[in-house]
Design a protein around this ligand. Structure first.
Ligand code: CU
Length: 406
């Protein structure tokens, strides 16, 4: 019943169109019988076919009808269409998937210490897990995750460390998964040695040769498909000697979600591979959830804030900007070797790339981080940083209006 309530709009859409089409046919048939004229018959037939075609050509079949069995793609491995049997397995096992109410990882969830095992290696365990999460109020999506949240856990190591990473694939998963860490020097960034079937685990060891902030993501075919379900996170490789101390560290990753229903369509949203190939996401989100429903990030006046920001893609470049602040330092593209750029308003984050920004919280208020390709804000690409503390009128003074329209 749960599933039917989620899929109700698809069912209504399919039957609505079906019924309308049948009765349009009956209507025409009745008119033809009444007039019994060849000219009217041909005219009405032409109108009917013409209207059908003109609807079909620009729109295709309604999304609810559509499953692109015959999509032809040219990547090195399988295309982004899920095997139909997997979709059926997902729908028939729908009630057994874990429900995650808050799919968005808390941006404050950044470990400060590196924990070493007895043999001196950094030991990391991650579980790939497919869950049903809330994308926005009343809108759910089948997320594929690392550790049940989007993004996956923030990993912290230091240049020169040996890292032993075990990837588990939860028994409830339908798909195989793996992990490609951009911090790894080795085949597939670790992906080809971590392919895990549901219930399986595999371990790799790697040396963190280069410092920087790096993305990691699932690279199981179809890679874009796995990424577009939420399978990404970041690993920080601190330079020898570490990074300067700051008061607050925050972790956000922008990502695109390609859903079969339009923006705001309620219910369970199925993944739309055609929209992904076209690069037209319905949602662009920080940490996998529409931001109006997430907790604010917090800091105090006087704090130095460092943000680790990534772009899980799979198609867009992020024009990362924090409204009402200037980044004092930007470690462009996550480069922690070169001295940072300074006093930057907006910085680019490529798909599969990252940036580190630092700034001092100078004045209290609500600051909104966005992708400054601003139409994406309407698709969910914003998040609030709330700075509390005393206002210094020499920095800013004015009557602050809230919720001003146009
Ligand atoms: Cu995967």
């Amino acid at each position: 019943m749960d599933l039917i309530s989620y899929l109700w709009q698809y069912i209504v859409e399919v039957f609505g169109i079906f019924i309308a089409y049948i009765f349009a046919g009956i209507f025409i048939y009745l008119i033809l019988r009444r007039f019994n004229s060849r000219a009217i018959t041909l005219t009405l037939l032409a109108v009917f076919v013409g209207v059908s075609i003109s609807f079909y050509i620009p729109n295709g079949l309604p999304n609810a009808f559509q499953y692109p069995f015959f999509m032809k793609t040219f990547g090195p491995v399988d295309g982004p269409v899920l095997p139909f049997s997997n979709v059926v397995t997902f729908l028939s096992n729908f009630n057994t998937f874990e429900r995650v109410d808050d799919i968005a990882r808390d941006p404050h969830d950044v470990p400060t210490d590196i924990v070493y095992a007895e043999d001196g290696a950094v030991e990391i365990e991650i579980t790939a897990k497919e869950v049903v999460g809330t994308l926005a109020d009343g809108i759910t999506f089948n997320y594929w995750t690392f550790d049940g949240k989007v993004p996956g856990p923030f990993l912290r190591v230091r240049e020169g460390d040996t890292v032993r990473l075990t990837l588990h694939n939860d028994e409830s998963s339908i798909h195989h998964h793996n992990i490609d860490l951009h911090a790894v020097t080795g085949p597939g960034g670790g992906a080809s040695a971590t392919n895990v079937a549901p219930g399986e685990s595999k371990t790799i060891t790697f040396k963190a040769l280069n410092p920087g902030l790096f993305m990691y993501h699932c690279a199981h075919p179809n890679v874009a498909n796995h990424n577009a379900h939420g399978m990404y996170g970041m690993i920080l490789v601190e330079p020898q000697g570490g990074l300067p101390d700051v008061d607050v560290e925050l972790y956000v990753i922008q990502g695109e979600f390609y859903t079969s229903g339009g923006l705001g369509r309620k219910g369970l949203q199925l993944f739309d591979p055609q929209a992904m190939l076209d690069g037209k996401p319905q949602y662009v989100l920080f940490n996998g959830r529409v931001s109006g429903e997430t907790e604010h990030m917090h800091a105090r006046v006087g704090d130095t804030i460092r943000m680790y920001v990534g772009n899980g893609g799979v198609n867009l470049i992020s024009s990362f900007h924090l409204i009402g602040e200037i980044f004092d330092r930007v470690y462009r593209e996550g480069d922690l070797v070169t001295p940072p750029a300074q006093s930057i308003q907006t910085t680019l984050i490529p798909a599969g790339g990252a940036t580190v920004v630092e700034f001092e919280a100078n004045y209290p208020g609500k600051y909104i981080l966005v992708d400054h390709a601003l139409s994406r804000v309407e698709r969910g690409a914003w998040r609030v940083l709330e700075i509390s503390g005393d206002a210094d009128p020499s920095i800013f003074d004015g009557d602050i209006e809230v919720g001003h329209g146009h």
